[in-house]
Design a binder for this molecule. Structure first.
Ligand code: SF4
Length: 283
């Protein structure tokens, strides 16, 4: 790896700035970590956040460039929960809390063949439901949640999952994240799903510094056309599950290396980084 550093004075007359170009071999090419105060040219994430103010136009352009790269990298990005109706997706999303989509997909065929709709699940024997969903963890709480949710659907919506955010979030245990998953994937209504991966990545990309999910949703939503929101959510979640992990992101094996202000938060050596790449998500 070859590092080339150019020094110059900050426009504000304060600290000295530098631009580092990093050659990572023929496979990865050059990457350009952002202009940073010299004192912060370390791998510390907090220090890295102190980068030069970016105009809105440049942030939109950069965000869309990253999104195009993600689309190229993950052309098959989609919701990783199996479902064949809005009701199934709603229940599967509730079950996916604190576990993997893969584990949920293992239990839902049995659950939905026994209880195909809200009326059936609301009237189920709870011990039976507990037994079926046990592999997803927290099965007593989750049984309560999905049975109460089903009963409310029957009482207030004739057993039909509503297709409006305002109605969905009134259901017990359904927040904006779950509602947007259902809207985007079962009803084709564009929605941004701010889960743990999405929030971490958009902050690493410098698209927002907000941590409140609703503010993140609005700030990131403003950078993209509405029609792209659902797919953007899938791309970011896929990238978070496969490369841009919370700890040790695979920076040296990341197609976004040239575009990402957080490049260097994980190993930049391509061989070490490649070991961190998952071919499928922790789904
Ligand atoms: S893996 Fe590294 S370079 Fe890639 S998006 Fe995450 S922090 Fe940025």
């Amino acid at each position: 790896m070859l590092l080339v550093t150019v020094w110059r004075m900050a426009p504000t007359g304060g600290s000295t700035l530098h631009l580092t170009a990093c050659w990572q071999g023929r496979r990865s090419g050059w990457s350009y970590p952002w202009l940073m105060p010299a004192a912060t040219a370390t791998t510390a994430p907090a220090a890295r956040a102190a980068k030069v103010e970016e105009s809105r136009t440049s942030r939109v352009r950069r965000a869309r460039r990253i999104s195009r790269k993600l689309a190229e990298t993950y052309p098959a990005a989609r919701c990783e929960l199996d479902f064949s109706s809005p009701f199934q997706l709603l229940i599967a999303t509730v079950l996916s809390a604190q576990t993997t989509d893969k584990r949920v997909n293992k239990v839902t065929p049995a659950l939905f063949s026994r209880y195909p709709g809200a009326a059936e699940l609301a009237a189920a024997q709870r011990e039976d439901v507990e037994q079926i969903i046990a592999p997803t963890g927290f099965f007593r709480v989750k049984t309560d949640s999905i049975m109460r949710l089903s009963a409310t659907l029957v009482e207030r919506f004739d057993g039909v999952v509503p297709d409006h955010l305002e109605d969905l979030v009134t259901l017990p245990g359904v927040g904006r994240k779950t509602a947007n998953v259902v809207l985007g994937n079962a009803f084709g209504v564009p929605g941004i799903t701010v889960d743990t991966h999405f929030g971490r990545l958009v902050r690493r990309f410098g698209w927002t510094s907000e941590t409140d999910p609703v503010k993140v949703e609005h700030e990131v939503g403003a950078l993209f056309p509405k029609a792209e929101w659902t797919q953007l959510s899938h791309q970011l979640i896929w990238h978070g599950r496969r490369r841009c992990h919370a700890r040790n992101p695979a920076c040296g094996a990341c197609p976004l290396a040239r575009l990402c202000p957080a490049f260097g938060e994980g190993p930049t050596n391509p061989i070490d980084a490649a070991k961190l790449v998952r071919t499928e998500g922790r789904a």
